[in-house]
Design a protein around this ligand. Structure first.
Ligand SMILES: NC(=O)C1=CN([C@@H]2O[C@H](COP(=O)(O)OP(=O)(O)OC[C@H]3O[C@@H](n4cnc5c(N)ncnc54)[C@H](O)[C@@H]3O)[C@@H](O)[C@H]2O)C=CC1
Ligand SMILES: N[C@@H](CC=O)C(=O)O
Ligand code: NA
Length: 436
């Protein structure tokens, strides 16, 4: 008796840019292995593109500029959304899910604000919504948080989750490379978002922080709940100053479970460029690489490292999700559902205890140091180090504080800016990765 051959799994890919092109390539090149792993052939039913006249190197009969039609085809089981942005992906994904298709997406901008709506549509139709590629590209981080750590209590998820800004900061740090040129190079290499403002102003990292915090703390966190600063104001002078303190500068995404004295729990989710000591593992994460450090009550500290951006690495994560969704279609079973039962509130940035590095141009005369120090001590902020750089017109004071509430630190900086002896506050960065 011959075994009955499983029905093929039909896949529709929406968007054929940096990531979509690689996803189509892997589906085509690895057809035999994918069939063996899924238990049924995985067949590309169509690829939605914006410009039909552009040569794509695939069978032109697969191309369409009508994604809304492709996602409703009866022979499509899985929709892979790689267009990016909110519209039309939000509508396309929702309709695909409601129509019984499982969806795989890398769209963090969309997920950061609409996971609730999309997860509800997936649950209602009993299909899957997978998005491993949306955070830290190829690095498995969503699945470990959602599945491997489902029985633990995550206390912190922090790291470098934007490849473009890490590529820029690494190049500026290594050889003083020009910011604008390095950003353009990140675009050419397929790391940057279609609008790179999302990268350099921290919106992309904030979207990823929202996704990570939601999963880690079983609560709904959106991009608006994430405190955000980007890297566009970082100068080579900041990187030089950082070096003098045995640090480098990294754009960090930090998601923390804050436990107040009365035991109340809150979430802090924040993105900003910070000084990181050279001895810290995140300091040696360079180029478009990402790293995420997860801390959990029982597991302790886990570190995930790898390529966080680029067509092929991101496509690897998309394919992993596609195989999971396809296996579920063939063998039954479902991927994990959204979990928001804890509904923890968000702590304002002012309540978070951080350390500051403040670099200011000061008048080179006696008494300035004590006036400056007085602004810190009057707000109960203890200073860790003070360093003077330059002299005369170029005299600078660099102050590094111990941990204090962010609101007190930012009030202090505002007060310093008003002092007659402080000519300008040239740079304010937080310091992370230390124990004090
Ligand atoms: N490039 C990367 O390293 C990573 C990207 N992502 C995400 O993956 C998604 C895709 O990113 P990329 O491939 O880099 O972007 P991309 O801009 O290179 O590709 C998007 C493609 O979608 C096409 N498109 C736009 N509107 C369309 C429509 N209505 N119908 C059909 N096609 C349409 C565009 O013409 C473009 O070719 C985005 O959500 C991005 O945030 C996630 C992780 C890493
Ligand atoms: N633009 C993003 C792409 C991956 O998410 C980045 O640079 O990290
Ligand atoms: Na990932």
């Amino acid at each position: 008796m011959t075994e009955k051959k499983a029905r093929p799994i039909g896949v529709a890919v929406l968007g054929m840019g940096n990531v979509g092109t690689e996803v189509v390539r892997i589906i085509t090149d690895n057809a035999n292995d994918l069939e063996a792993r899924v238990g049924a052939p995985v067949e590309l039913r169509g690829v939605a593109v914006r410009d039909l006249s552009k040569p794509r190197g695939i069978d032109p009969s697969l191309l369409t500029d009508k994604p809304e039609e492709l996602i409703t085809r009866d022979d499509v089981d899985i929709v892979v959304e790689l267009i990016g942005g909110i519209d039309p992906p939000r509508m396309l994904i929702r309709e695909a899910l409601q129509g019984g298709k499982s969806v795989v997406t890398a769209n963090k901008a969309l997920l950061a604000d609409y996971t609730g709506e999309l997860a509800t549509a997936a649950a209602g139709a009993k299909v899957d919504l997978y998005f491993e590629a949306a955070v830290a590209g190829a690095i498995p981080v969503i699945r470990p948080l959602m599945q491997s750590l489902a029985g633990d209590t995550v206390t912190r998820v922090a790291g470098i989750v934007n490849g473009t800004t890490n590529f820029i900061l690494s190049a500026m740090d290594a050889d003083g490379s020009d910011y604008a040129e390095t950003l353009a190079e990140a675009g050419r290499l397929g790391y940057a978002e279609a609008d790179p403002t999302a990268d350099v102003e921290g919106y992309d990292a904030a979207a990823k922080a929202a996704i990570l915090a939601s999963i880690a703390f079983h609560s709904r966190v959106t991009a608006l709940n994430v405190y955000r600063e980007g890297i566009s104001k970082i100068t080579t002078h900041d990187l030089e100053s950082a070096k003098a303190l045995d640090c480098t500068v990294k754009l960090l995404s930090i998601c923390e479970r804050i436990v107040d004295e009365d035991g109340t729990q809150r979430i802090s989710a924040r993105v900003y460029p910070a000084l990181v000591p050279l001895a810290h593992p995140l300091a040696s994460v360079n180029g478009a690489f990402n790293a995420v450090v997860v801390e959990a009550e029982n597991a302790g500290r886990l570190m995930f490292y790898g390529q966080g951006a680029g067509g092929a690495p991101t496509a690897s994560a998309v394919l992993g999700d596609m195989v999971m969704a396809a296996r579920n279609k063939v063998h039954g079973g479902r991927g994990p559902l959204e979990s928001t039962y804890a509904s923890l509130p968000i702590a304002p940035m002012g309540d978070v205890r951080t350390r500051y590095y403040v670099s200011m141009r000061v008048a080179d005369r006696p008494g300035v140091l004590s006036t400056v120090a007085g602004e810190f001590s009057s707000r109960n902020i203890s200073i860790s180090t003070v360093r003077q750089e330059g002299a005369g017109d170029d005299a600078r004071l660099v102050v590094v504080t111990h941990r204090a509430p962010d609101s007190a630190l930012s009030e202090t900086v505002a007060a310093l800016e008003k002092l007659e002896s402080v000519l300008s506050v040239s740079s304010v960065l937080r310091l992370e990765g230390t124990n004090d």
